[in-house]
Design a protein around this ligand. Sequence first.
Ligand code: NAP
Length: 250
Amino acid sequence: MNDFAGKVVVVTGGSSGIGRAAAIMFAQRGGKVVVAARRVPQSEETVRMMKEAGGEGMFVQTDVRVAAQVENLVKRTVDTYGRLDIAFNNAGKSGIFQSLVTENEEAFYEQIDTNLKGVWLCMKYELPEMLKQGGGVIVNNSSITGLRALRKLSSYSASKHAVIGLTNAAAKEFAPYNIRIMALCPAWTMTEMTKEFTIDPERKEKTARSIPLRRIAQPEEIAELACFLASDKASFIAGGAIAISGALDI
Ligand SMILES: NC(=O)c1ccc[n+]([C@@H]2O[C@H](COP(=O)([O-])OP(=O)(O)OC[C@H]3O[C@@H](n4cnc5c(N)ncnc54)[C@H](OP(=O)(O)O)[C@@H]3O)[C@@H](O)[C@H]2O)c1
Protein backbone atom coordinates (compact mmCIF):
# COMPACT_ATOMS: atom_id res chain seq x y z
CA MET A 1 0.00 0.00 0.00
CA ASN A 2 1.60 3.24 -1.14
CA ASP A 3 -1.24 5.73 -0.64
CA PHE A 4 1.04 8.57 0.40
CA ALA A 5 3.92 8.25 -2.06
CA GLY A 6 5.20 11.74 -2.84
CA LYS A 7 3.03 13.31 -0.13
CA VAL A 8 4.28 15.40 2.76
CA VAL A 9 2.42 14.89 6.03
CA VAL A 10 2.46 16.77 9.34
CA VAL A 11 1.28 14.89 12.45
CA THR A 12 0.91 16.92 15.63
CA GLY A 13 0.99 15.05 18.90
CA GLY A 14 3.22 12.48 17.23
CA SER A 15 5.24 11.69 20.36
CA SER A 16 2.79 9.06 21.62
CA GLY A 17 -0.56 7.32 21.27
CA ILE A 18 -2.75 7.92 18.23
CA GLY A 19 -0.33 10.45 16.72
CA ARG A 20 2.62 8.05 16.91
CA ALA A 21 0.59 5.23 15.36
CA ALA A 22 -0.57 7.54 12.56
CA ALA A 23 2.93 8.93 11.90
CA ILE A 24 4.28 5.39 11.48
CA MET A 25 1.38 4.40 9.22
CA PHE A 26 1.68 7.50 6.99
CA ALA A 27 5.44 6.88 6.70
CA GLN A 28 5.06 3.14 6.01
CA ARG A 29 2.69 4.03 3.19
CA GLY A 30 5.13 6.33 1.45
CA GLY A 31 4.61 9.74 3.09
CA LYS A 32 7.39 12.02 4.26
CA VAL A 33 6.22 12.65 7.81
CA VAL A 34 6.98 15.58 10.08
CA VAL A 35 6.32 14.73 13.72
CA ALA A 36 5.39 17.68 15.94
CA ALA A 37 5.17 17.60 19.74
CA ARG A 38 6.92 19.02 22.80
CA ARG A 39 8.72 15.96 24.24
CA VAL A 40 12.02 15.33 22.48
CA PRO A 41 13.02 11.71 23.30
CA GLN A 42 9.49 10.37 22.67
CA SER A 43 9.24 12.22 19.35
CA GLU A 44 12.67 11.05 18.26
CA GLU A 45 11.57 7.52 19.12
CA THR A 46 8.58 7.95 16.77
CA VAL A 47 10.91 9.07 13.97
CA ARG A 48 13.14 6.04 14.69
CA MET A 49 10.09 3.75 14.48
CA MET A 50 9.01 5.40 11.22
CA LYS A 51 12.43 4.79 9.71
CA GLU A 52 12.51 1.23 11.01
CA ALA A 53 9.21 0.70 9.20
CA GLY A 54 10.89 1.83 5.96
CA GLY A 55 9.60 5.40 6.07
CA GLU A 56 11.09 8.86 5.99
CA GLY A 57 10.57 11.89 8.22
CA MET A 58 11.79 14.23 10.91
CA PHE A 59 10.84 15.84 14.20
CA VAL A 60 10.14 19.54 14.72
CA GLN A 61 9.67 20.41 18.38
CA THR A 62 6.40 22.32 18.57
CA ASP A 63 3.99 23.55 21.19
CA VAL A 64 0.73 23.91 19.27
CA ARG A 65 -0.41 26.66 21.65
CA VAL A 66 2.33 29.00 20.42
CA ALA A 67 1.78 30.70 17.05
CA ALA A 68 5.49 31.22 16.28
CA GLN A 69 6.20 27.52 16.88
CA VAL A 70 3.36 26.37 14.62
CA GLU A 71 4.50 28.81 11.94
CA ASN A 72 8.03 27.39 12.30
CA LEU A 73 6.66 23.82 11.99
CA VAL A 74 5.05 24.59 8.65
CA LYS A 75 8.08 26.56 7.44
CA ARG A 76 10.53 23.77 8.36
CA THR A 77 8.26 21.25 6.63
CA VAL A 78 8.12 23.23 3.40
CA ASP A 79 11.83 24.20 3.53
CA THR A 80 12.77 20.54 3.93
CA TYR A 81 10.29 18.70 1.72
CA GLY A 82 9.04 21.46 -0.59
CA ARG A 83 5.32 21.18 0.18
CA LEU A 84 2.60 20.20 2.65
CA ASP A 85 -0.13 17.86 1.43
CA ILE A 86 -1.69 16.40 4.57
CA ALA A 87 -2.03 17.51 8.19
CA PHE A 88 -3.27 15.35 11.02
CA ASN A 89 -3.91 17.93 13.75
CA ASN A 90 -4.07 15.48 16.59
CA ALA A 91 -2.31 17.06 19.59
CA GLY A 92 -4.61 17.24 22.56
CA LYS A 93 -4.84 17.40 26.30
CA SER A 94 -7.23 15.45 28.47
CA GLY A 95 -9.32 17.02 31.15
CA ILE A 96 -9.65 15.96 34.76
CA PHE A 97 -13.06 14.58 35.66
CA GLN A 98 -14.51 17.16 38.03
CA SER A 99 -17.50 19.40 38.48
CA LEU A 100 -17.63 22.57 36.38
CA VAL A 101 -17.88 24.57 39.60
CA THR A 102 -14.64 23.24 41.05
CA GLU A 103 -12.56 23.46 37.87
CA ASN A 104 -10.31 26.49 37.92
CA GLU A 105 -9.81 29.00 35.14
CA GLU A 106 -6.27 27.81 34.43
CA ALA A 107 -7.47 24.25 33.79
CA PHE A 108 -10.22 25.58 31.50
CA TYR A 109 -7.74 27.54 29.41
CA GLU A 110 -5.33 24.58 29.23
CA GLN A 111 -8.01 22.57 27.45
CA ILE A 112 -9.08 25.39 25.18
CA ASP A 113 -5.53 26.49 24.34
CA THR A 114 -4.32 23.03 23.36
CA ASN A 115 -7.40 21.38 21.90
CA LEU A 116 -9.07 24.35 20.20
CA LYS A 117 -6.54 27.13 19.70
CA GLY A 118 -3.90 24.53 18.80
CA VAL A 119 -6.02 23.19 15.94
CA TRP A 120 -6.94 26.72 14.85
CA LEU A 121 -3.28 27.80 14.77
CA CYS A 122 -2.29 24.68 12.85
CA MET A 123 -4.93 25.31 10.18
CA LYS A 124 -4.05 29.02 10.05
CA TYR A 125 -0.49 28.17 8.98
CA GLU A 126 -1.16 24.96 7.02
CA LEU A 127 -3.90 26.33 4.78
CA PRO A 128 -1.86 29.01 2.98
CA GLU A 129 0.60 26.31 1.82
CA MET A 130 -2.24 24.10 0.60
CA LEU A 131 -3.86 27.05 -1.18
CA LYS A 132 -0.56 27.80 -2.95
CA GLN A 133 -0.35 24.17 -4.09
CA GLY A 134 -3.97 23.95 -5.19
CA GLY A 135 -5.12 21.34 -2.68
CA GLY A 136 -4.61 19.36 0.51
CA VAL A 137 -6.25 17.42 3.30
CA ILE A 138 -6.62 18.27 6.99
CA VAL A 139 -7.89 15.79 9.57
CA ASN A 140 -8.51 17.31 13.00
CA ASN A 141 -8.72 14.97 15.97
CA SER A 142 -11.82 15.82 17.97
CA SER A 143 -13.37 13.07 20.11
CA ILE A 144 -16.57 11.20 20.75
CA THR A 145 -16.79 13.89 23.44
CA GLY A 146 -17.13 16.40 20.60
CA LEU A 147 -20.42 14.71 19.68
CA ARG A 148 -21.73 13.71 23.10
CA ALA A 149 -20.68 15.71 26.14
CA LEU A 150 -19.30 13.77 29.07
CA ARG A 151 -20.57 14.50 32.55
CA LYS A 152 -17.89 16.19 34.69
CA LEU A 153 -15.66 16.81 31.69
CA SER A 154 -17.08 20.15 30.65
CA SER A 155 -14.02 22.01 29.33
CA TYR A 156 -12.71 19.02 27.40
CA SER A 157 -16.21 18.40 25.96
CA ALA A 158 -16.52 22.08 25.03
CA SER A 159 -13.10 22.14 23.37
CA LYS A 160 -13.84 19.02 21.33
CA HIS A 161 -17.32 20.26 20.29
CA ALA A 162 -15.63 23.48 19.18
CA VAL A 163 -13.08 21.57 17.08
CA ILE A 164 -16.01 20.19 15.05
CA GLY A 165 -17.48 23.68 14.52
CA LEU A 166 -14.08 25.01 13.53
CA THR A 167 -13.53 22.07 11.19
CA ASN A 168 -16.88 22.47 9.47
CA ALA A 169 -16.55 26.22 9.01
CA ALA A 170 -13.09 25.73 7.49
CA ALA A 171 -14.33 22.79 5.38
CA LYS A 172 -17.00 24.99 3.77
CA GLU A 173 -14.57 27.85 3.20
CA PHE A 174 -11.81 25.77 1.64
CA ALA A 175 -13.60 22.93 -0.19
CA PRO A 176 -13.88 25.12 -3.32
CA TYR A 177 -10.06 25.24 -3.31
CA ASN A 178 -9.71 21.44 -3.37
CA ILE A 179 -8.89 21.24 0.35
CA ARG A 180 -10.80 18.58 2.29
CA ILE A 181 -11.10 19.14 6.04
CA MET A 182 -12.71 16.68 8.46
CA ALA A 183 -12.89 15.90 12.15
CA LEU A 184 -12.23 12.48 13.60
CA CYS A 185 -14.15 11.42 16.72
CA PRO A 186 -12.62 8.46 18.54
CA ALA A 187 -14.00 6.86 21.68
CA TRP A 188 -11.83 5.36 24.40
CA THR A 189 -8.43 4.40 23.00
CA MET A 190 -5.45 2.79 24.78
CA THR A 191 -2.97 5.67 25.07
CA GLU A 192 -1.15 7.69 27.72
CA MET A 193 -4.20 9.92 27.94
CA THR A 194 -6.44 7.11 29.17
CA LYS A 195 -3.84 5.33 31.34
CA GLU A 196 -5.70 6.32 34.48
CA PHE A 197 -8.67 4.26 33.25
CA THR A 198 -6.79 1.29 31.87
CA ILE A 199 -3.91 0.51 34.26
CA ASP A 200 -6.19 -1.09 36.82
CA PRO A 201 -7.79 -4.21 35.24
CA GLU A 202 -11.13 -3.67 36.99
CA ARG A 203 -11.37 -0.06 35.84
CA LYS A 204 -10.30 -1.09 32.34
CA GLU A 205 -13.03 -3.72 32.24
CA LYS A 206 -15.62 -1.17 33.40
CA THR A 207 -14.51 1.29 30.71
CA ALA A 208 -14.63 -1.43 28.06
CA ARG A 209 -18.16 -2.39 29.16
CA SER A 210 -19.33 1.19 28.58
CA ILE A 211 -18.63 0.68 24.85
CA PRO A 212 -21.16 -1.43 22.92
CA LEU A 213 -18.28 -3.24 21.14
CA ARG A 214 -17.09 -4.15 24.66
CA ARG A 215 -13.47 -3.13 24.24
CA ILE A 216 -11.20 -0.12 24.15
CA ALA A 217 -9.73 0.80 20.75
CA GLN A 218 -6.05 0.42 19.88
CA PRO A 219 -4.32 3.58 18.57
CA GLU A 220 -3.65 1.82 15.24
CA GLU A 221 -7.42 1.45 14.66
CA ILE A 222 -7.85 5.23 14.93
CA ALA A 223 -4.72 5.88 12.86
CA GLU A 224 -6.17 3.66 10.12
CA LEU A 225 -9.22 5.95 9.82
CA ALA A 226 -7.03 9.08 9.83
CA CYS A 227 -5.03 7.56 6.97
CA PHE A 228 -8.17 6.62 5.05
CA LEU A 229 -9.64 10.13 5.39
CA ALA A 230 -6.33 11.67 4.31
CA SER A 231 -6.04 9.40 1.29
CA ASP A 232 -7.53 9.80 -2.18
CA LYS A 233 -9.86 6.88 -1.33
CA ALA A 234 -11.88 9.43 0.68
CA SER A 235 -11.88 11.96 -2.15
CA PHE A 236 -15.54 13.03 -1.74
CA ILE A 237 -15.47 13.30 2.06
CA ALA A 238 -15.17 16.94 3.06
CA GLY A 239 -16.43 18.38 6.32
CA GLY A 240 -18.20 16.50 9.06
CA ALA A 241 -17.31 14.60 12.19
CA ILE A 242 -16.57 10.95 11.58
CA ALA A 243 -17.09 8.76 14.63
CA ILE A 244 -14.96 5.73 15.40
CA SER A 245 -16.55 4.66 18.61
CA GLY A 246 -17.53 0.99 18.80
CA ALA A 247 -21.15 2.24 18.59
CA LEU A 248 -20.80 4.53 21.62
CA ASP A 249 -21.89 7.64 19.71
CA ILE A 250 -25.27 6.37 18.50
N1 NAP B 1 -7.26 8.20 23.94
C1 NAP B 1 -8.55 8.42 23.80
O1 NAP B 1 -9.40 7.70 24.37
C2 NAP B 1 -9.03 9.55 22.92
C3 NAP B 1 -10.39 9.60 22.58
C4 NAP B 1 -10.86 10.64 21.79
C5 NAP B 1 -9.99 11.60 21.32
N2 NAP B 1 -8.68 11.53 21.66
C6 NAP B 1 -7.81 12.60 21.14
O2 NAP B 1 -6.73 12.00 20.46
C7 NAP B 1 -5.63 12.92 20.44
C8 NAP B 1 -4.36 12.15 20.78
O3 NAP B 1 -4.43 11.70 22.12
P1 NAP B 1 -3.90 10.27 22.59
O4 NAP B 1 -5.06 9.53 23.09
O5 NAP B 1 -3.04 9.69 21.56
O6 NAP B 1 -3.07 10.67 23.90
P2 NAP B 1 -1.54 10.88 24.18
O7 NAP B 1 -0.78 9.63 23.93
O8 NAP B 1 -1.48 11.51 25.51
O9 NAP B 1 -1.09 11.93 23.06
C9 NAP B 1 -1.32 13.30 23.16
C10 NAP B 1 -0.33 13.96 22.21
O10 NAP B 1 -0.60 15.35 22.16
C11 NAP B 1 0.64 16.04 22.31
N3 NAP B 1 0.43 17.35 22.89
C12 NAP B 1 -0.25 17.68 24.01
N4 NAP B 1 -0.17 18.99 24.23
C13 NAP B 1 0.57 19.50 23.21
C14 NAP B 1 1.02 20.81 22.88
N5 NAP B 1 0.70 21.87 23.63
N6 NAP B 1 1.77 20.97 21.77
C15 NAP B 1 2.11 19.91 21.00
N7 NAP B 1 1.72 18.65 21.26
C16 NAP B 1 0.96 18.48 22.37
C17 NAP B 1 1.48 15.15 23.19
O11 NAP B 1 2.86 15.39 22.97
P3 NAP B 1 3.84 16.16 23.96
O12 NAP B 1 3.38 15.93 25.36
O13 NAP B 1 5.16 15.53 23.64
O14 NAP B 1 3.77 17.59 23.53
C18 NAP B 1 1.10 13.77 22.65
O15 NAP B 1 1.90 13.44 21.54
C19 NAP B 1 -6.00 14.03 21.42
O16 NAP B 1 -6.45 15.16 20.71
C20 NAP B 1 -7.15 13.44 22.21
O17 NAP B 1 -7.98 14.41 22.75
C21 NAP B 1 -8.18 10.54 22.44
